[in-house]
Design a protein around this ligand. Structure first.
Ligand code: R5P
Length: 295
């Protein structure tokens, strides 16, 4: 298979790693802004009849979207056979319904837009809550890759007597699976979101787990309020200092600092978003998916 990999800025390490693991070609593209803020883009590699893979994680998506669109349009213009987008973190999955009258259901609009300019999508643990599957909103083939096995492996290796804790009902899907694979018990809490940066968490009776290490597992850490609120409740319940695992560490504003200083003993994320907390690496998982997929 004649595959050529392109990295949008910030995705170079993962792209190189995938390229090596899948024996693909590393595509050269230069992207810069004109003085007036418009985007200039030039592809230096020969792409004719090749399968292009664009790697672009979609945290802070709005400024990335136009470059992604221009790159894919240029690739099509220059004769690629197909374009697959690897977005380790897929944005806009949380506004999956109209919570208040007049709101835009941006999950749907974003999916519609992406589906118009790439031919397929591979992503890691998207926030599927009210949608069961990406095919409900993406009209292109979309493959979901799960990190449960990697996270369970990390927990088994690094945490003694873990008690897995999911902060809300939607986390049950991955927390229960990770717990099974890590051979550990789990509890799922109840969360009520008050606004963008305020949540209320209810913790059930967990005294019987006092000699376990709580391991908070969430798919996204954004403001970190979900984790911070949970940590406070665990402290009040006399639990040991917890470890926190986020699949996608967005860390908006001071979230990383606040979490690091909240009395936790470890903070770990997957490298779906490049960050100093990355300790669980998705490279081989993605490479495996690419090797075995016809996307
Ligand atoms: C939402 O339901 C997700 O699973 C996370 O719990 C949420 O996105 C975390 O957001 P924050 O870090 O802002 O509390």
């Amino acid at each position: 298979m004649n595959r050529i990999f392109f990295a949008l800025p910030g995705n170079e390490d993962l792209t190189k790693s995938l390229c090596e693991r899948c024996q693909g070609e590393y595509g050269v593209v230069s992207i810069r802004q004109f003085p007036d803020g418009e985007t200039y883009l030039k592809i230096e590699s020969d792409v004719q009849d090749k399968e292009a893979i664009i790697v672009c994680t979609l945290c802070n998506p709005d400024p990335k979207l136009l470059s992604l669109y221009y790159l894919s349009q240029t690739l099509k213009d220059l004769g690629v056979k197909s374009i697959c987008l690897i977005a380790p973190y897929l944005a806009y999955m949380r506004q999956d319904k109209r919570f208040q009258p007049g709101e835009g259901v941006t999950s749907v609009y974003f999916a519609k837009l992406i589906s118009t300019f790439v031919d397929s999508l591979i992503t890691i643990d998207p926030h599927l809550h009210r949608f069961q599957s990406l095919s409900e909103i993406y009209s292109i083939p979309a493959k979901v890759v799960n990190t449960t096995q990697l996270i369970a492996g990390w927990i088994k290796k690094n945490i003694e007597r873990p008690l897995l804790i999911g902060p809300d009902s939607e986390s049950k899907q991955w927390v229960s699976e990770i717990a099974k694979q890590a051979e550990a018990p789990y509890v799922v809490l109840e969360k009520m979101r008050i606004n963008d940066s305020e949540v209320k968490i209810t913790v059930p009776q967990i005294d019987k787990y006092n000699d376990y290490t709580p391991v908070l597992v969430d798919d996204i850490i954004s403001t970190a309020k979900t984790m911070l609120e949970t940590i406070n409740h665990l402290k009040e319940s006399g639990m040991m200092s917890p470890a926190c695992i986020g699949i996608h560490g967005i860390f908006a504003n001071n979230a990383f600092f606040n979490l690091k200083n909240s009395g936790i003993n470890q903070l770990v994320t997957c490298n779906t978003i490049v960050h100093s907390s990355n300790q669980i690496f998705i490279d081989e998982l993605l490479a495996d998916t690419l090797r075995s997929s016809s996307l």
